[in-house]
Design a protein around this ligand. Structure first.
Ligand code: MV4
Length: 500
């Protein structure tokens, strides 16, 4: 046990604020770091102490291991919280913390390495009887062997790089000719990058969902899962909406797969918070695919349905405490939905949209949580990732959470840049979403982008009516008519949808 009394937060944006909040709750001193681009950010003001890292580029600031360790030592930080992204899954950083007697609030370097090596990880999972996608046993170095394995598994198959993850290094092949081409390309790429081929083959699963389990494991070997999150709604491997519970997971499946997820964390001798990712097919089979060795963006969804503070728990586990609850003490109550609000233009292929925010209006109220670094007059930078706010709603059931999300989305205004709010407004009222009929290809399958554009056109039409009727009110005929002001007003409102 080594009680933590100060934490350096090696991150920025909403997650830095989230960690500062947990520090304050625990009476721990918070130390923030910032790049020149962030010198007016609230994580700088809200922390007890703040230190400049360097220029805007992440490579000169938030990714500088040496500078961060130096500031940690200078400020006397007992521990470092890496947030997500940046150095959160960097083995070297975790090692450097250890060398300098600083507690890294996250998994060990060893667990990070195993989680980062898909093939090693899969091998360990097979031994632990954690179900994985059928395919090759380990990496396939030889082309002819690859052909045989693919034939055995049956086309289509996926070629995956052992060091990929999050959608990188995966290739779909539908026949032997394609396999030969892609295998050659992919193994050459891998040889150039790592000096060896590192490809494995899996049967291609279709009509799948992405369902993940929140995990927590302490240094005494206690492992718990905090139920599932449904993360199927994504675009090009960027999640858009997450929720808990999943509409297809019942109590029996929840417990069964949860037990498997805990087994996966035990097999890796995992420490602290992590996530086990599964793919689930339409028959209800669950296949483990990877471990994310960090606290994830979507953790608030789990916090709302379990009533647990995951960042506080991370800190408690990091200072050697045991997890303060048993598996059976946990209960999944109600439903939570998270919409990721990114500074991107969803009408223009999600291109980044950055700059000054003259004003914004952040919703609040029963069952509404917003994790954000925005404030009126702030600046959204193009140097870092595009997540600017997470809007999370909670309700007694899915529909209450959904209606709260619909209302909160309509109240959320961010001036000066384009955001992903319009796509969320479309999804939240879309019938397949409402019926829980979702999969990883939801956005394309149900033409969500097209529906979003139609919705905008309707809104433009309403505004056009309002504009036209406002002009026509000036007409001489209106003045000469005997229409009462009340009647004119009613005519105008009925055509304008309330817009002026
Ligand atoms: C798959 C798959 C189908 N079959 N593996 C993409 C990212 C990586 N984490 C795993 N991925 C996939 N692996 C097999 N054998 C389909 C995907 C996939 C996907 C997975 C989760 C969420 C979104 C996805 C979007 C496209 C493809």
């Amino acid at each position: 046990m080594s009680k933590i009394s100060s934490i350096l937060i090696a991150n920025r944006g909403e997650i830095a604020l989230r960690v500062i909040r947990a520090c304050k709750d625990l009476g721990i001193k918070s130390i923030s770091v910032y790049s020149d681009e962030d010198n007016r950010s609230i994580h700088v003001k809200r922390a007890d102490e703040s230190y400049r890292l360097g220029p805007a580029q992440a490579s000169e600031s938030y990714l500088c291991i040496d500078k961060i360790i130096e500031i940690a030592k200078l400020s006397g930080a007992d521990a470092i919280h890496p947030g997500y992204g940046f150095l959160s899954e960097n083995e070297l950083f975790s090692e450097e913390c250890k060398k300098n007697d600083i507690i890294f609030i996250g998994p060990t370097a060893k667990a990070m390495e195993l989680a980062g090596d898909k093939m090693k990880c899969k091998e360990i999972m097979k031994k632990a009887e954690v179900p994985t996608v059928p395919g090759s046993d380990g990496v396939v170095e030889d082309m002819e062997l690859a052909v045989d394995i693919a034939k055995e598994a049956g086309y289509p198959v996926m070629l995956k790089s052992a060091y990929g993850g999050g959608g990188r290094g995966i290739r779909l092949v539908t026949n032997e000719k394609e396999l030969r081409q892609e295998f050659e390309l992919a193994s050459n790429e891998s040889k150039a990058a790592f000096g060896k081929s590192a490809l494995f083959i899996e049967k291609y699963l279709t009509n799948i969902r992405h369902i993940e389990y929140q995990l927590l494991r302490d240094s005494s070997g206690n492992g718990r899962h905090l139920f599932e999150r449904e993360c199927s709604i994504q675009r090009r491997h960027q999640k858009l909406i997450e929720m808990s519970p999943s509409p297809v997971v019942n109590k029996e499946i929840r417990e069964k797969v949860g037990e498997i997820a805990v087994r996966a964390s035990t097999a890796l001798d995992y420490l602290n918070a992590g996530t086990a990712e599964f793919l689930s097919d339409s028959k209800g089979n669950f296949y483990f695919i990877e471990i994310n060795a960090r606290l994830q963006v979507e953790h608030p969804v789990t916090e709302l349905v379990t009533g647990k503070d995951l960042v506080k728990l991370q800190i408690q586990v990091a200072q050697g405490e045991e997890i303060p609850f048993k598996q059976k003490d946990l209960e999944l109550k109600g439903c939570a939905i998270e919409c990721r609000i990114n500074s991107e233009d969803p009408f223009y292929d999600f291109t980044p949209s950055v700059g000054y925010i003259p004003n914004c209006n952040i919703p609040s109220g029963p069952g509404v949580r917003v994790d954000t670094y925005l404030y009126p007059g702030c600046n959204v930078s193009g140097y870092y990732d595009s997540l600017i706010a997470k809007l999370i709603t909670y309700g007694g059931d899915f529909n209450e959470a959904r209606v709260r999300m619909k209302n909160a989305l309509s109240e959320f205004t961010i001036e000066g840049i384009n955001t992903t709010i319009p796509i969320h407004k479309t999804i939240i009222e879309e019938s397949n979403f409402i019926n829980g009929n979702i999969s990883t290809d939801y956005i394309e399958k149900y033409n969500i982008i097209e529906k979003m554009k139609q919705k905008r056109n309707h809104e433009y039409e309403d505004k056009a009516y309002a504009a036209i009727s406002a002009i026509l009110l000036q007409s001489e005929y209106v003045k000469k008519s005997n229409l009462s002001p009340q009647r004119l007003n009613r005519i105008q409102k009925s055509k304008s949808g309330g817009f002026y």
